[in-house]
Design a protein around this ligand. Structure first.
Ligand code: UCC
Length: 566
């Protein structure tokens, strides 16, 4: 008797197979660009399941190694990376994944096209998307605040499509002392012979093979005094190697042994007088570097939805092949229910993320007749408001759904070489990398307080909803209108309450604004004649839940919670 063998899930062209992305782009992108963009994405959608996924496989199977000494005993701190990892660098340049966001060949749609490409690339990239995130963030920062020299050198390298010239950037921010609390940074910048040199330890340095880094350090005055807190922090540009090829006065202490993302070299480093160049004004480091991590947070969202789609695609494909209890598992009501709920949440995450691609694109290439009908200041404020939300929302959903969808594969999903367990370990990083869910919830409060951006957000949502005339969606549109009013009412009430009450609801507030934004994007899409076939059903199912999900939280609740964990 022939042994039973399970049929494994397979992937086909990742763009051609993506009905949602295709219909979204057909609706949003002007016809004049469509032919070129669709051809490019279709070819790329094939590459990510062919040569690019082989590069990733090689990178995963041959993780980076730190070689600290040569055979003569010299300290060299070399990082040995695989052929696949190096090829992923080359492909990233050639495919212009960072460059598309800057050459603006597709005007205000450039970010949307870039995000589409990144979304296709990420799940086949062994997390090369992480160095690219920081590269894009550094390019943005230098574009905004760099001097002419940096613009003529680093910026051109970061946005190059020539693999020999393409640079990646690292972000040296996190330290042992503070973690998320960057204000506790201990690294100091000392002026020696008129030049800045950095001394200290950086605790999480991903992309340690990058060409450059942007780092925070506390500047010392001539008397060796520093200013405490984030007001004492400044931003520095660093090239990792000297012209001789040696490291720029720093040591690699060790590579981190992480839960996942193991093809990506993440290091702890010790700065021993690293040559650095000040960017901007002393004391404005946190403010400046936020323009970098606001981009990396968007990359986090785009790569999270790319990963979400990969897990879902595999689970759906497998469900159509695997039989149990005499029928395919995609015919079992419970499994249908799980897959459909995952699909609906995926659509929500997709629309939330791609709406922000429209906002950032319109803000960066501003025209008065932009599709959002907002002025540039309004666009900036909404971008600031939605960035932490889109990051935390998509991250949490992909973490939860990866765990749930692993069950579709049952025991095989728990086996290392199924590839599913790797996705499980890797995807957990999304809610940690570039700020945890709590840190981002507090960042939302920072944005809401500073910019009074809720009213502008409300204006954007109302403008969009008022254009939806499809009668079959009337009830869902009304539900979004009501949810936004409810969120506003609770937010205003908590603004007057004790700070701890506002902090306590900030996560719920973020998810509620995320739900409202996602529902609006889904409704806008479903109402369009070119929408994907099931878009109306999807948004109807999504709207069955409470869009405003703010639980009651006050002093009494806080005390009872404290009691519970005591
Ligand atoms: O460490 C990392 C790796 C984790 C492990 C990953 C595994 C391996 C990698 C795998 C990769 C795939 S990633 C980095 C994680 N860390 C962060 O993301 C930082 C988290 N912390 C924060 O976001 C904080 O909230 C801070 C640093 C922004 C807050 O610092 P402060 O000192 O409290 O900041 P302030 O005083 O509130 O803000 C200082 C200024 C203000 O401007 P002014 O002075 O004009 O009022 C703020 O408005 O900065 C401004 N600001 C911002 N502006 C602060 N945040 C922002 C923002 N997001 N956008 C614009």
């Amino acid at each position: 008797m022939k042994d039973f063998v399970q049929t494994m899930p397979i992937l086909i062209n990742q763009f051609d197979d993506d009905k949602l992305l295709k219909s979204f782009l057909t609706i949003k992108i002007p016809e004049e660009y469509q032919k070129e963009i669709f051809a490019n994405l279709s070819a790329f959608g094939q590459r990510v399941i062919e040569d690019i996924s082989l590069m990733a496989k090689d990178a995963e199977e041959n993780p980076p190694q730190l070689i600290q000494f040569d055979c003569w005993g010299n300290r060299i701190d070399d990082i040995k990376t695989s052929r696949g990892w190096k090829d992923l660098h080359r492909v990233s340049a050639e495919e212009e994944i960072v460059r598309i966001g800057y050459d603006k060949n597709f005007a205000q749609y450039s970010r949307m096209i870039q995000f589409s490409k990144l979304y296709l690339f990420h799940p086949s990239s062994a997390f090369y998307s992480c160095p690219l995130a920081m590269t894009d963030g550094a390019a943005k920062l230098i574009e905004l605040y760099g001097n002419e020299q940096l613009k003529l050198k680093a910026f051109l390298h970061l946005t190059s499509n020539d693999p020999e010239k393409f640079w990646t950037s690292a972000q040296w921010m996190t330290e042992k002392s503070g973690g998320s609390d960057v204000s506790a940074t201990e690294t100091v910048a000392r002026k020696i012979d008129g030049k800045w040199k950095l001394f200290g330890t950086k605790w999480f340095c991903s992309a340690i093979t990058a060409h450059m880094a942007l780092a925070l350090a506390r500047t010392e005055d001539e008397a060796g005094q520093t200013i405490a807190g984030s007001k004492g922090l400044s931003l520095f540009y660093i090239e990792l190697r000297k012209d001789t090829g040696e490291l720029n006065h720093f040591e690699i202490i060790r590579l981190k042994e992480k839960l996942g993302t193991n093809a990506l070299p993440t290091a702890e480093i010790k700065l021993n007088g690293t040559d650095a160049e000040l960017i901007g004004i002393e004391g404005e480091g946190v403010k400046l570097i936020s323009s970098m991590f606001n981009i990396t947070r968007l990359y986090n969202a785009v790569t999270a939805i790319g990963a979400f789609r990969r897990v879902l695609t595999l689970a759906k494909d497998y469900s159509g092949k695997r039989k149990a209890f005499k029928k395919l598992i995609n015919q079992h009501p419970l499994n249908i229910r799980i897959l459909a709920k995952a699909q609906v949440d995926f659509h929500a995450c997709f629309h939330l993320t791609f709406l922000i691609s429209e906002i950032i694109g319109s803000e960066e290439v501003f025209t008065k007749d932009n599709s959002l009908n907002l002025n540039q200041e309004e666009l900036s404020k909404i971008l600031r408001l939605l960035t932490p939300i889109v990051k935390l929302y998509t991250a949490k959903k992909v973490v939860i759904w990866t765990s749930e969808l692993l069950e579709v594969f049952a025991g095989v999903g728990y086996i290392e070489n199924s590839g599913i367990s790797r996705l499980y370990r890797d995807n957990q990083v999304f809610s940690i990398w570039e700020g945890t869910t709590n840190v981002l919830s507090l960042d939302l409060l920072r944005a809401l307080r500073k910019d009074n951006s809720f009213s502008i957000f409300k204006k954007m949502i109302f403008q969009k909803l008022e254009l939806i005339k499809t009668s079959v969606l009337r009830a869902e549109v009304k539900k979004v209108f009501m949810a936004i009013e409810e969120v506003e009412r609770i937010f205003e009430q908590k603004m007057k309450a004790d700070e701890s009450e506002l902090e306590g609801i900030s996560r719920d507030l973020a998810f509620s604004i995320g739900n409202i934004t996602a529902a609006t994007g889904m409704l806008e899409h479903a109402a369009h004649e070119n929408s994907s076939k099931n878009a109306i059903t999807v948004v109807k199912i999504f709207s069955e839940r409470n869009l405003c999900q703010i639980e009651t939280f006050d002093q009494e609740k806080l005390e009872s919670f404290q009691d519970v964990i005591a």
